[in-house]
Write a protein that binds this ligand. Structure first.
Ligand code: ADP
Ligand code: MG
Length: 237
């Protein structure tokens, strides 16, 4: 098993309620998982806990058989080998596409960095636009650059937090198919968070539903209905 989250709980500072509780999830190497849930269900918080931006109240996170956090350990975010793509692409406006991607690459010769930049630009089909600035790109192109930048340091786990919410509907459909292809090509284990069930279905190997801070697998919710009904059932509690 590549990733294990066990009995995770988390409460934001000064908040009375748990944002995350009884959260359990196991993921195999190379799987693309989608966490599907309404706004406020705790999806972003799970990603923040995974990447080490927050410390859990209790529970265990293990990646590749190494403890990231439990009641005695905490591995710093930059040591976790996790890459994250956010809904606002957060590209540096004063840097070109190539410079944006190169920015996150450390401890390599200039030549190795440039080679890696070209590799990931090829992967996302943006090689021709490497000298452009973010404002000279469409939303979909910016999103692909953000993905390339995250993939450049070769993370072992890729987290995507509602990466399509700033794209218009037509583009969203095109990009989500592209995204699945790109992720599959890299073989990287990924968790894709969304409130859009069509996005989940298009991209994920397996869908997890979140409600009030806890996770549910489709199958564990109700066993008597057909798959299609189960999905609807989960979405309208
Ligand atoms: P989602 O990403 O599914 O929309 P979030 O993980 O952002 O949900 O939020 C889960 C819960 O935690 C919500 O009730 C939200 O109001 C609360 N929350 C999120 N961020 C903070 C914060 N910085 N401080 C206090 N409460 C927060
Ligand atoms: Mg969120």
């Amino acid at each position: 098993m590549f990733l294990q989250i066990k009995d995770l709980a988390f409460c934001y500072y000064r908040s009375k309620d748990y944002a995350i509780k009884n959260f359990n999830l196991e993921i195999e190497q190379g799987e693309i998982i989608s966490i599907l849930g309404e706004s406020g269900s705790g999806k972003s918080t799970v990603l923040r806990l995974l990447s080490g931006l927050e410390t859990p109240t209790s529970g265990i996170i293990r990646i590749n058989n190494q403890i990231m956090t439990d009641d005695r350990h905490f591995v710093l975010p930059e040591k976790r080998g996790i890459g994250m793509v956010f809904q606002d692409y957060a590209l540096f406006p004063h840097m070109t596409v190539a410079e944006n991607i190169q920015f996150g690459l450390k401890k390599q010769t200039k030549r190795d960095k440039q080679q890696r930049v070209d590799e990931v630009l090829d992967l996302v089909n943006m090689a021709k636009l490497k000298k452009r600035y973010p404002h000279e790109l469409s939303g979909g192109q910016q999103q692909r650059v953000a993905l390339a930048r995250t993939l450049a340091p070769k993370p072992s786990l890729l987290l995507l937090d509602e990466p399509f919410s700033n794209l218009d509907a037509d583009l969203q459909i095109k990009i989500r198919n592209e995204l699945k292809e790109i992720i599959k090509k890299t073989g990287i284990t990924s968790i894709f968070v969304t409130h859009d069930r069509e996005d989940s279905r298009a991209i994920a190997d397996r869908i997890i539903t979140m409600r009030d801070g806890a996770a549910y697998e489709w199958e564990s919710i109700c066993t008597t209905r057909k798959l299609e009904d189960k999905r609807v059932e989960v979405l309208t509690p």
